[in-house]
Structure formats: C-alpha cells, structure tokens
Design a protein around this ligand. Structure first.
Ligand code: ADP
Length: 945
C-alpha cells in the first residue's frame, strides 16, 4: 500500500511536470489518427500560391498591383472576409534579417523560402491600399520575430521578441491584422496553434482569432488571464487552451482538405465568383517545399495557410479538443495508483499482474472513448504505466510473501517431523538426542549435527554423545559465546579460524566448511547449543536454514525438557502405581465379599436409583418375589415389586434424610410371607444421592409365634379362671353356711370339688412351668424308676371309662411287655395327655384303642381314635408350642395348645420319640411314642422325633 501511494505521488508529480509529455503527445497523435476525418468546411476557401502559380506568374515577390487586382476580383463576389496569410513587411532588408544577420527571417514566419524577402524589399503600393480600403473586409498578417527562447510564456501566451506590423499604409487600410505564427513542438510537429501572443505585456490575437472576432461580432469578446493562464471567450464559446494562449488542433485529412482555387486562376477570371460568396477567403502559400510547411500529427508536411484555415473552422464550429489539464491528470494518476494499491494485494501474485494489465487496458479504452466521443483528452500513458507499476510492485511483494510462507511451511513441516519422532521417543534421553541429530542433519542438508547440553552449574557445555567427552566453557570460544549470549551464529568457513576449527573438531573430526551454532532455549534460559556442520565448499547456511534450525532447536529443547520431567515423574508414578494396585486388589476383595454377602444372605436386597428404577436384586429377593434380576434391572420398582406397599417404603426413603425407613410388607401369594422392609438413601462422597437400598427380612415365623402367644395367654387365663371360679364359688358357699344347712356329705363333696379343681390348677401350673423349662432348654426334674406302661394304661382307661360315655376303650398290650426305666409320673402325664386328646378330638365318640409292643430296645405305644383326624400339613405343626389346629371342629374344643408340646418334651426327656398319623380329616388319628427300655447313658445321643 505504501508502495502504491509512493508510486501514485510520483506519477502525479511526473504528470504535472509533463515529464512524459513526449509519450503523451505520441498517444495524442494516435488518438487523433483514429478519429474519423472531418467534413470539409463550406465556409472557408483557400486561394493558394503554389509552384505552378510561381511558374506562371513569375518569382516572388509579386507586384502589389497584382494583389490589388486579386482583392478587387474576390471582393466583387461579396465574401465574409479576405485574409492574407502572407507578410507584407514595411521594414528594410536589415530589418528583415536575423539578429546575427545570417538566418532568413521568413523561415520562422511565413516568408517564402526560395526567394527570401531579404533580397528584395517589398514596395508599398497605394493601389493595393486602395483595394483593401474598398473591399473593407481584408485582414493582413503580422509577424513575430523569434527570440532565443521562442516559446516563452507571458501573461498572454507566447512571448515573442519583436513584432513586425504591416506597413502603415496597408495596416490602416486593412480591416484588421493578426499574427500568423504557427509554432511547432520540440519534435517539430504542430499539435497546437497559438491564439493569443504576448508582446510587451499586450495581448495580440492570432490572425484567425482576429478574423473571427470581427466577422462574428459577439457581445462579449474577452482575452484574459487568470494567474499565468490565458483564456479566450467569444460570446457563449469558451475556447479551451492547452497552455497559455494555445489551442489544440485536430487537423484531420491532410494537405488540401479545404476547398481551394489557384491564385492565377482567380486573376484570370476562371473561378466563379459564387465560390467566394459569403465565405472567408484565405490567401496564402500552400506549395510543398516552401518554408511555410509544418508536419502535423496527421500530415507529414502541411502549409501554414491550411493550419490557419483549420483553426478558424474549429473556432467557428466550436469543434475543440479539451485537455483535462495538469491538475486533473495528476489526480487521475494518483487515484488509480491508490485504488489499485488497495485492490490488488488481494489478488497477488498472478492476479495482481493480470488485474493491473486489465486496468491499463481499461484506461486506454476509456481515454480513447472520451477522446473520440467528447473530444476530452486525458493523459493515458502516466495512469496506464502507474497501474502496471503498482501491479508489478504488488506482484513482486506477493511473490516475496509467498516465498517466505513457503519457507515457513517447510520449516513447520520439518518441525512437525522432528516433533513426531521426539514425541515417540520422549521417555528417555538417548532416543530424543538421536532424533534431534538425525532429523536436523537431514532437514537442513547438513553433514552432521551435535548437541551440547549445559551442565548443572551452567559453567560448561558438554557434548551429549555417550561415546565422546567434549566440553566447552560457557563464554569461551565461539560455541561457548553462543551458549552465553543465546544468539545463533552462522560461519561460512570453519577452516578460516584455527580456534574455531579446533572447537568444531571436538565433535566433528573431519573436514568442515560452513557451521551453524543454534542455542537451545528453555524460556529465557540457554540449556544447550546445537552445532550443525556442512562439508567444505558446500553452500553456507542462509536465512532460510536459520529459520528452520531455530524452529527445530526449539522443538528439541521442549523434548529434552519433557524427558527430564518424565524421568522425575517416573519414580513417583511407580510408587503411585504400586499403591494403586494394592488399593485395587483390596477393593476387588471387598467387592467379592459384599457380593458373596448379598448373594448368600437370607434377607432380600433391592437397590434402586434416584428415579426408583431397579439397579440390583439379590437371589433372596429373586426367590421372594419370583423375579429374575437380569430381567427387572432398569425397570421401575413398582412394575415388578408392587406388593404389600413395598414401592411406597422405598420411595419414602428419598425424603428421609438418610434415616432408615421401616415398614411391613406382606405377601399373600403363593405363600403368606410377612416381611420387615428397611430402606435407606445411599449417597456418594459428595453427599449426592445415588439411590435407595431396601432390605427385606422374613419375619413370618416370628409374627406367627407372637400371634400364638397372644392367643395362648388368653386361653390359659380362661383355663385358669374356670377352676378358680369353681373353687371360689364352693368356698364362699361353705363359708356362708353359718346356720349349717349343708350336711356333712354335701360339705365333703364340695370340699372334694375344691380339692380336685385345685389339683387341676396345680397340674396346669406345673405344665406351664414344665413348658417354660423346656422352652428355656433346661432339664426337667426326673424321678427315674421301673415303670410298667401296661399298668398306667389300665389305670387311665379305668379313669376315663367312668366319665366318657360315648367312647369305648380297647387296650392291647402283650403280657410280656417289659417295664421300662423312666419317671412314672411323667409317663402317666404323657399317656393322659394323648388319651384325653383322643377323647376330646373325637367328639362323636367311638373306639379309643391303646396298644403297646416291644420293638428292639424300645417299647412302642399307640393311641388310635376315630375322631377329627388332620391333614398332612397340620400334622407337621402338631408339636409346636401353643399350636392348635385350624379347623372349625377343633376350634370349638377347649385347649391351650400346650399339651402336645409338653408331651413331646417329656418323651424326649426319656430320649424317646413321638409322632402322629392320620389318613385325613375325619378319618381319626394315631399318636405313637417309643421309649427306650433302658435309661440311656448321660452322653448317649438318642434320636428324637
Ligand atoms: P389342646 O388339646 O389343649 O388344644 P394339645 O397340645 O393337647 O392342646 O393339642 C394340640 C392340638 O392338636 C389340639 O388343639 C388339636 O387340634 C390337635 N389334636 C391333638 N390330639 C388330637 C387327636 N387325637 N385328634 C385330632 N386332633 C388332635
């Protein structure tokens, strides 16, 4: 951008100073040549004096009377003006001579060449003056003598050294006089004609301007200056000027484009006067080869009279070429440079060149268009060249940038390659050093690379090569200085310096040429130096190598630091690793334990997440709820466990703030189960809840026991109250008989009843005591002796036969049934219990058969009835404490459920067995017990029922 601005300013200055005016004029010539030829004008006619005129009328100068004759002939046709583009000098030969007396005056003005005016002074002719006066519209030319600087600018245009007027007689007779000077450019070509000239500060109009001023009287005719600029206005027409007083000419068509007639033909009356009517008749030299011929952009040589005619026509038709002006052109060049400077960098490098070329072409096209269509002439060379120059500069800059980017890409690729290798090898020092040496050598095309590392004290640089011991003091020698200052150093030839050669040879013991020393830096600290060498005669390390080496060294320093860190960490990691393994195995063990516990525990465990979805179910829970853990995991708890209010218990744990929530869950199907559910919210280390664990314990048995106990207490209370009420009743009756109404027999009967009820109470209380003894696992007090079961059975049958009317008893004992060693009272208690049950639970009466036999070392007693009987399931529960069978029939029969429990306890106290059989409800029962004949030894393990 700065470049473009500079170029723009330069172009603007060059344009303003006209430095490229030669080229610009050439461009102007080409534009002019491309213009369509103009239509020959109809209001101007040229009367020419050419070679053939001179042949016919004799050499110049001609007598004034001939000119008078011409004027008279033309004036008769009433033209608008008769203009002599011929000088009629009033001075002497000396006056007409050049200042040095050598150059003929006419060469610069309009004097004919072959017979210079210097040779024969022109005589004044009163006849010619008369003719001029008579015509009244004849204009004469006057002449400026050129000074040493012919084109000097004055306030009114070109300042000329000296002015020659026509002789006074002619001058006063003429309608007007004006300068006819036609001045060429430096290259000799005429591209502009002066309209106003400066003589002693006075504006002198050209012949053409003077004629037009007079024949086209305009209300406002002004020739003026603004600063150094001259301007000409004719009424509404403002004549555009290139420089002060000069108008650009657009002479098209070349020699003899104007209608013309020959001077002598006019004299001979051969030209119709109609041709002059109402026209400007311009008389002058047109002969080729005469001095008054000038090259124009379009014609190699053109007579001055034609140029003057062209100027007149241009003014009359307002057909001007307007120059843009110096300031406009300078601004244009600057603007284009700036615009391209902004736009082109986006396209570089190729696009910039193409873009600039396109803009240059566009400038040419636009300028040609404006020139052809609007007659506006803008400088084309300067802006086009500026565009190309900006394009070149931007493209060159683009190449420079892309080249730099290429280097940068290469260096980053190299760095990447090295980094990759080093990362792969970054756990130990040697592979990293090897990678650094090999990659750097390869990437910069070196012979060998060596790495020196700073020792711990920072005093020496030590060659990091296992095999060799090379050391350089920090600050000493070239390598030492690089290590101290941390600035890379490139040498073109190590052999040139003996000390350096020795130093380099410590690591590279072969012929060495260019060497590069690159510091290895870690943050602000130098931690080593890399020495890279090439062979003698190989290319020296350049800027590009340096960039690459710096990048690679940086990478290497990082890798070495990583190795150091790794080595430090390795020890710590190993310790941590070991601890981790230990912790892990402990954890695994713990997990196994917990798992085993959960798998084997009798309680059901269900874990749910915070959304009450099942996470885990242990085998006990699977069994209890008849589900498969794998199938229910992930499902909502209520989907599979919606029994007995379990989901409600688990859910309420969410709001219990970690407290245990307890509830009872009852499952009815397939078997009634009473469960105690304990649910608790589980949280992680941070106290975030992770789910709920619910443990369900089977308390069915406990529940049943508790129910039975409650029932037992009420039964026993009832059983105790009945005899007590009876005792109390008889006792009160006896006491209240103060007058002696009851006789002795009645009293005795009452007392017997009281005694028997007390006995019943005592028996019952003894039974309770025994039951509690058995329950507590204490031994029953036994009174061992020889007992005859046959005798006991006979006694009991006799006893019951008296009271039981509906029942008949059969006793079947073999005569040789041996006595057994036992407690007689206890055995009687056992048999009493079984027989009275047989009676109680066969309410419709029937035979009660008591039998006994010996079997091996035992005596086996059975009591069979034809009573209520029982189911298979009921049979299993008979001997439980407080247990009474659940049937309507037996419910109506009084009892406490203690008898069979106690009986079993007594049989077992004799190391005997007891069991029951039944073919089903209503089919009677058989209760049997077996007792050893001999009292077993204290330590004998006799089987129980
Ligand atoms: P109780 O007779 O006081 O209820 P037991 O312990 O003597 O208590 O008997 C327990 C239960 O066994 C009885 O309630 C009864 O239902 C049942 N049972 C006992 N003996 C018989 C039997 N011979 N026939 C049918 N049921 C019996």
């Amino acid at each position: 951008m700065a470049w473009a601005l500079g170029l723009g300013i330069l172009a603007a200055v060059l344009s303003a100073r006209g430095a490229l005016s030669g080229l610009e004029w050439r461009a102007y010539d080409h534009q002019l040549a491309a213009r369509a030829p103009g239509v020959p004008p109809r209001d101007i006619i040229v009367v020419m004096i050419d070679d053939s005129c001179l042949d016919r009328l004799g050499p110049w100068p001609w007598p004034m009377s001939r000119h008078a004759d011409l004027v008279r002939r033309i004036a008769g046709a009433e033209p608008r003006a008769i203009v002599f583009d011929i000088l009629f000098f009033g001075g002497t030969a000396r006056d007409l001579a050049g200042r040095d007396g050598s150059a003929p005056l006419g060469r610069a003005a309009t004097a004919p060449g072959p017979t210079p005016a210097t040779s024969r002074p022109v005589a004044e002719t009163p006849e010619f003056a008369d003719a001029l006066r008579d015509a009244g519209n004849v204009f004469l030319a006057m002449c400026f003598l050129q000074g040493e600087h012919p084109v000097e600018l004055g306030p009114y245009g070109l300042r000329m050294a000296e002015l020659r007027q026509p002789p006074p007689e002619l001058g006063s007779a003429a309608a007007g006089a004006g300068a006819v000077n036609v001045f060429p450019e430096r290259d000799g070509v005429v591209r502009s004609a002066p309209l106003v000239m400066d003589h002693g500060g006075e504006p002198i109009p050209s012949l053409a301007l003077e004629v037009i001023r007079r024949i086209e009287p305009a209300p406002d005719v002004r020739i003026g200056t603004t600063g150094r600029r001259c301007s000409v206005r004719l009424g509404d027409t403002s004549i555009p000027l290139t420089r002060a007083g000069e108008m650009l000419i657009s002479y098209a068509g070349g020699y003899k484009v104007f209608p013309w007639v020959a001077y002598d033909e006019v004299l001979a009356g051969q030209v119709s006067p109609e041709r002059f009517r109402n026209r400007i008749v311009l008389v002058g030299f047109t002969a080729t080869g005469l001095s008054d011929t000038r090259p124009t952009p379009l014609a190699p040589a053109c007579p001055g009279v034609e140029i003057n005619a062209h100027v007149m026509r241009t003014i009359l038709e307002s057909d001007f070429i307007r120059p843009l002006g110096a300031a406009g052109n300078a601004l244009l060049a600057l603007g284009i440079a700036l615009a391209l400077g902004l736009a082109l960098p986006r396209l570089r490098p190729f696009g910039a060149l193409i873009g600039a070329g396109a803009v240059a072409v566009l400038i040419v096209v636009v300028s040609v268009y404006l020139f052809q269509r609007a007659g506006l002439w803008i400088n084309v060379v300067t802006p086009a060249l500026t565009a190309l120059a900006v394009g070149l500069v931007v493209a060159a800059d683009g190449y420079r940038v892309s080249d730099r980017e290429k280097i940068r890409t290469e260096s980053s690729l190299g760095t990447l390659a090295l980094a990759t290798r080093m990362i792969a090898a970054s756990t130990s020092r040697q592979p990293v050093l090897d990678a650094v040496r090999e990659e750097i050598t390869q990437l910069v095309g070196a012979r060998q690379t060596d790495v020196y590392l700073m020792d711990l004290d920072g005093e020496e640089l030590v060659l990091a090569d296992g095999g060799r011991d090379a050391r350089v003091r920090v600050g000493g020698g070239t390598l030492g200085r690089v290590g101290q200052e941390g600035v890379p150093l490139l040498t073109t030839d190590a052999t040139a310096d003996a000390a350096l050669a020795r130093e380099v040879a410590q690591a590279a013991d072969f012929a060495v040429g260019p060497v590069a020393f690159i510091p290895l830096r870690r943050q602000d600290q130098v931690v080593g130096v890399v020495q890279v060498v090439r062979r003698p005669g190989e290319e020296a390390f350049g800027e590009r190598d340096l960039e690459l080496l710096n990048a690679l060294s940086q990478e290497a320093a990082v890798a070495l630091e990583n190795v150091e860190l790794y080595e430090k960490l390795e020890g710590k990691v190993e310790i941590a690793n070991r601890e981790l393994v230990k912790a892990y195995s402990q954890l695994a063990l713990e997990k196994d334990r917990v798992e085993a516990l959960l798998e084997n525990m009798a309680d059901a465990v269900i874990m749910t997440d915070t959304d009450d979805r099942v996470l885990y179910v242990n085998p006990a829970a699977e069994r209890m709820f008849r589900v498969s853990g794998r199938e229910v995991e992930g499902d909502p708890l209520a989907e599979h466990f919606d029994v007995g209010g379990l989901p409600a218990v688990a859910e309420s744990a969410h709001d219990a703030d970690g407290e245990l929530v307890t509830g009872q869950v009852v499952i009815e199907e397939p078997k009634r189960l009473v469960l105690t559910a304990n649910a608790a919210l589980i949280s992680d280390d941070q106290g975030r809840p992770v789910g709920v664990v619910t443990v369900l314990s089977d308390v069915t048995l406990l529940q049943e026991m508790s129910d039975m106990k409650t029932e037992f207490v009420s039964l026993v209370s009832h059983e105790l109250r009945t005899p007590l009420t009876s005792v109390q009743g008889f006792a009160q009756t006896l006491r209240s008989d103060v007058e002696g109404h009851f006789d002795a027999a009645t009293r005795s009967e009452f007392l017997e009843i009281i005694e028997s009820e007390c006995h019943r109470l005592l028996t019952m209380i003894n039974e309770l005591l025994d039951a509690s003894r058995i329950e507590a696992g204490r031994e029953l007090p036994m009174n061992w002796g020889q007992v005859s079961i046959t005798a006991i059975a006979d006694k009991l049958v006799k006893l019951h036969s008296a009271s039981a009317e509906a029942h008949t008893f059969e006793v079947d004992f073999p005569a040789d049934l041996p006595t057994i060693e036992a407690d007689g009272d206890r055995i009687e208690q056992v048999l009493t219990n079984i027989i009275s049950n047989a009676i109680k639970y066969s309410p419709d009466g029937g035979v009660v058969r008591i039998s006994g036999r010996r079997e091996d070392g035992e005596v086996l007693i059975s009591v069979a009835d034809h009573g209520l009987g029982m189911t298979e399931a009921q049979r299993g529960q008979l001997f439980q404490r407080y247990h009474r069978l659940e049937s309507d029939a037996s419910k109506r029969i009084r009892g406490t459920g203690l008898g069979l429990y106690l009986t079993k306890g007594l049989v077992e106290a004799h190391r005997g067995r007891i069991w029951a059989e039944s073919e089903g409800p209503g089919k009677g029962s058989v209760f049997s017990f077996a007792l050893p004949i001999q009292r077993p030894g204290e330590n004998d393990a006799a089987g129980g029922a």
